[in-house]
Ligand binder design. Structure first.
Ligand SMILES: Nc1nc2c(c(=O)[nH]1)N[C@H]1C(S)=C(S)[C@@H](COP(=O)(O)OP(=O)(O)OC[C@H]3O[C@@H](n4cnc5c(=O)[nH]c(N)nc54)[C@H](O)[C@@H]3O)O[C@H]1N2
Ligand SMILES: Nc1nc2c(c(=O)[nH]1)N[C@H]1C(S)=C(S)[C@@H](COP(=O)(O)OP(=O)(O)OC[C@H]3O[C@@H](n4cnc5c(=O)[nH]c(N)nc54)[C@H](O)[C@@H]3O)O[C@H]1N2
Ligand code: SF4
Ligand SMILES: [Mo]
Length: 723
């Protein structure tokens, strides 16, 4: 019998509402949910064609063990026993820090897994956590901690009320946006213009999103000069809300001293944005009745991501655009997650490593993983919901060798991806269609969205018999290792018993539903069941009016003042930006490499879907001017060489590209992916062979990998690419 069920797509942070027709535990159709309280009938092709991933014949549906070079299906009992014994041996010999974890982007949007993973690792005494967070956003969490007192005090632009919005290094119409929730982004940016406002995109590529509003090219990895000059212009105009700053902030002078050398003319030398254009933008920003700023992945992945975000937040704060409607807001959420994270030993800024690099929001730098393994510091690793072999810098020269040295590599995944190929075990995980849940914490609990709402969904499909949710895996391991979960023996015992019985006829309770209900009820909201029954399309919560942060105890610094000049940021700014500026001047004639997200690809996750990926599209996109200079045309091969390595790839010429910039879609390179046979037929080239890893390649304040704005040289190639 056909049934229609409601759920939300968990592939990106838009979490679009979906209607799913199901018959005999198979998806027949997926449509956008017209009545969803925020996505209102929007969903992209990745969501509506998810059946091709869900029902892929290549899914891993039982634990796999690598025996010699073959993959053998084993039982869960055997898998847990053998893996547990190996973890024990590593911990007994080398200590708990030798056993780590690497989590990918989908691991963050799973509400349950981070809780149980965190509890398990805390319990065994390891904070050896890595993840792709240091490939996309950890600079922001570092700034939140230093300026506002907690990594989770995350501001977002009030898109639905603003009259001026400037966005650096994001492409929300394709990416579904990041770190603040904005489904239907195109309509909502168009709304700003309809209100008589302006939308300005600062990006080395004239991106899809920039069809709404104005666009300015910027040379990659130079945003720090643009933002410093923007801030300096504000000081020059004395357009500062002095009363507000005096009452609620500190260290204005340190900020002013830092940006003073950066004139509009100076930044123009490296950014390509004329001085007068910058000044006009500053005027418009200051004149608007509520002006919002945002920067995202393209800037985060440069060499100054932390400094850029510090400047951006400071501009907002000193001009009175912070904590006001139409500007940048701090969500109230239903749980004060930031307060909980402030002193949390895992989430607060930590220095757990043998070098001086930080753990931000619990993550050590992904770009140090290979070194840490090869130095003998990491002997065992779980990789959950990730494919570091395609995602992190320098995988071919370095990470592949390192992963090969591990005594224990376990991948928890839906598929055997390129990283899984190097593993000893693969544990089959449930998809978001097969688990109950809510959109992830920043949206559901922290309220990082102009449209706060709650949404809960039950599982849409029954998972295959040997597929498990991650919380179950970590709870079973916690049971084996005598780890007390949640610091409470009673709750811990209850969860462990529930996990032991979960896949037997005695299974008595859904732990995710109990836990979600508990969190909802604690904050005065309807429990899980009531959410499904009374709010199947979501429950809209009140808008954030602003004026609820500055000067209140919600600022979690010791003195409850926003820090405009955190000493580490000021010192790094003064030490580094002049040097980097000279570097920029010396390299103005060279090409810089950036990434490009594609609507049908979710990093490497959808590469094996025949309905989504029909051909190789990871070309090197360059401007017509560069094509002429290089003497190449569409589909010609070029050799691209960086300080690290060289690749050969086909070219596409596009006037979307800024001259001097080459964009290559990331997370391709599937030639070895025999667990993903469709992807293997359209392998493409992994551009991260050109990115450097190791201590000298990361941004030291946050541990962010340098994945955008990489200096490269290009020449026409006579070699044949692997396209
Ligand atoms: N379809 C699709 N959606 C996705 C993903 C995907 O792979 N495919 N990935 C998901 C993930 S993991 C994330 S983190 C989010 C990311 O979501 P976004 O932050 O929106 O990331 P991108 O789409 O990569 O946009 C980054 C933009 O920065 C520009 N850029 C590059 N370098 C610079 C620079 O130095 N300065 C400036 N100003 N701009 C620069 C690039 O041209 C690009 O348009 O998207 C998520 N959504
Ligand atoms: N050059 C360059 N490199 C980049 C980027 C860039 O912009 N440019 N972007 C970086 C960014 S922002 C990111 S986040 C990374 C992306 O890298 P990752 O975060 O590693 O993402 P994927 O490559 O999509 O791999 C995700 C894996 O998780 C599996 N999976 C999906 N959902 C689940 C689940 O619920 N549970 C489990 N257990 N498994 C699941 C999928 O099958 C897939 O194998 O790449 C980074 N690398
Ligand atoms: S934008 Fe697409 S991938 Fe993102 S949640 Fe919506 S349907 Fe899923
Ligand atoms: Mo990401």
């Amino acid at each position: 019998m056909m049934e229609t069920k409601l759920t939300f797509c968990s592939l990106c942070e838009s979490f679009c509402g979906l209607e799913v027709d199901v018959e005999d535990n198979r998806i027949r159709d997926i449509r956008p949910d017209e009545q969803h309280v925020v996505s209102s009938g929007y969903a992209c092709v990745k969501g509506t064609k998810f059946d091709s991933i869900q029902h892929s014949p290549d899914r891993v549906t039982a634990p796999l063990k690598r025996v010699d070079d073959r993959w053998q299906e084993i039982t869960w009992e055997q898998a847990l026993e053998e893996i547990g014994a190996k973890i024990k041996a590593i911990i007994e010999r080398d200590g708990p820090q030798a056993f780590g974890n690497f989590v990918g982007a989908p691991g963050g949007s799973n509400l349950m897994s981070p809780i149980f993973r965190g509890e398990f690792y805390k319990g065994i005494g390891s904070n050896r956590m890595y993840g792709t967070g240091t490939c996309d956003t950890m600079n922001k969490f570092r700034v939140n901690g230093d300026m506002y007192g907690s990594p989770m005090r995350l501001a977002y632009p009030d898109v639905d009320h603003t009259h001026f919005m400037m966005i650096l290094g994001a492409n929300p119409n394709v990416s579904g946006n990041t770190l603040y929730h904005l489904p239907r982004s195109r309509d909502r940016f168009a709304g700003i213009i309809k209100r008589g406002g302006r939308v300005v995109w600062i990006n080395p590529r004239r991106v899809e999103s920039a069809r709404t509003g104005e666009h300015l090219f910027i040379r990659p990895d130079t945003d720090v000069y643009f933002l410093a000059a923007f801030c300096n212009e504000i000081f020059l105009r004395d357009a500062i809300d002095h009363e507000l700053v005096l009452r609620t902030m500190k260290n204005l002078a340190a900020l002013q001293t830092a940006v003073t050398p950066w004139t509009a003319e100076r930044q123009a030398q490296v950014t390509g944005i004329p001085a007068d254009t910058l000044r006009e933008l500053v005027d418009a920003y200051l004149a608007a009745d509520g002006a919002a700023l945002n920067m995202a992945t393209g800037v985060n992945q440069g060499r100054s991501g932390t400094l850029c975000y510090w400047l951006l937040e400071s501009i907002s704060a000193i001009t009175g655009n912070f904590d006001r409607q139409g500007g940048n807001l701090i969500g109230e959420g239903i749980i004060d997650f930031a307060l909980q994270a402030k002193d949390d030993p895992v989430l607060k800024l930590g220095f757990h490593r043998s070098d001086d690099l930080p753990s931000v929001s619990g993550q050590q730098p992904a770009a140090l993983l290979a070194d840490d393994i090869l130095n003998g510091e990491v002997k065992g690793l779980f990789v959950e919901a990730s494919n570091p072999m395609l995602a992190v810098p320098n995988p071919g020269n370095h990470l592949e060798k390192a992963l090969g040295e591990l005594e224990l590599l376990v991948c928890i995944d839906w598929f055997r991806n390129e990283t899984g190929n190097l593993a000893h075990y693969i544990l089959p995980a449930a998809t978001w269609m097969e688990r109950p849940g809510m959109p992830y914490a920043l949206q559901s609990f922290v309220g990082c969205t102009p449209t706060p709402y709650l949404y809960a969904a039950d599982k849409v499909l029954k998972p295959p018999p040997d597929v498990r949710e991650e919380w179950w895996m970590y709870t079973r391991l916690a049971d084996m290792f005598g780890v007390t979960l949640m610091g409470n023996r009673f709750i811990s015992g209850f969860f462990k018993l529930a996990a032991r019985l979960a896949h037997t006829p005695l299974g008595f309770i859904s732990v995710p539903k109990v836990l979600i209900s508990g969190m909802l009820k604690q904050s005065g909201q309807p429990d899980f069941k009531s959410m499904l029954k009374n709010h199947p399309h979501g429950l809209r919560l009140p808008d954030n009016p602003g004026g609820n942060f500055l000067g209140t105890p919600r600022v979690l610094t010791d003195d409850a003042l926003v820090d405009l000049g955190p000493p580490d940021f000021v010192a790094t700014f003064n030490e580094r930006v002049e040097t980097l500026f000279n570097d920029e001047l010396n390299n103005l004639g060279r090409m810089k490499l950036i990434g490009k997200r594609e609507i049908k690809r979710m990093n490497s996750s959808s590469a094996n879907s025949p309905r989504l990926v029909k051909e190789t599209t990871n070309y090197a996109y360059i401007s017509p001017a560069d094509a002429t200079k290089l003497g190449v045309a569409d589909m010609d091969h070029v050799d691209i060489t960086s300080a690290v390595d060289s690749i050969t790839i086909q070219v596409k010429v596009s006037d979307e590209m800024m001259p001097g910039v080459v964009a290559i879609p990331q997370c391709w390179g599937h030639e070895k992916a025999d667990g993903l046979p469709h992807a293997q037929q359209h392998p493409g080239v992994n551009s991260n062979f050109l990115a450097g890893d190791g201590y000298n390649s990361v941004e030291k304040l946050s541990g962010m990998a340098h994945l955008s704005g990489i200096l490269v040289d290009m020449t026409r190639s006579d070699r044949i690419a692997s396209a």
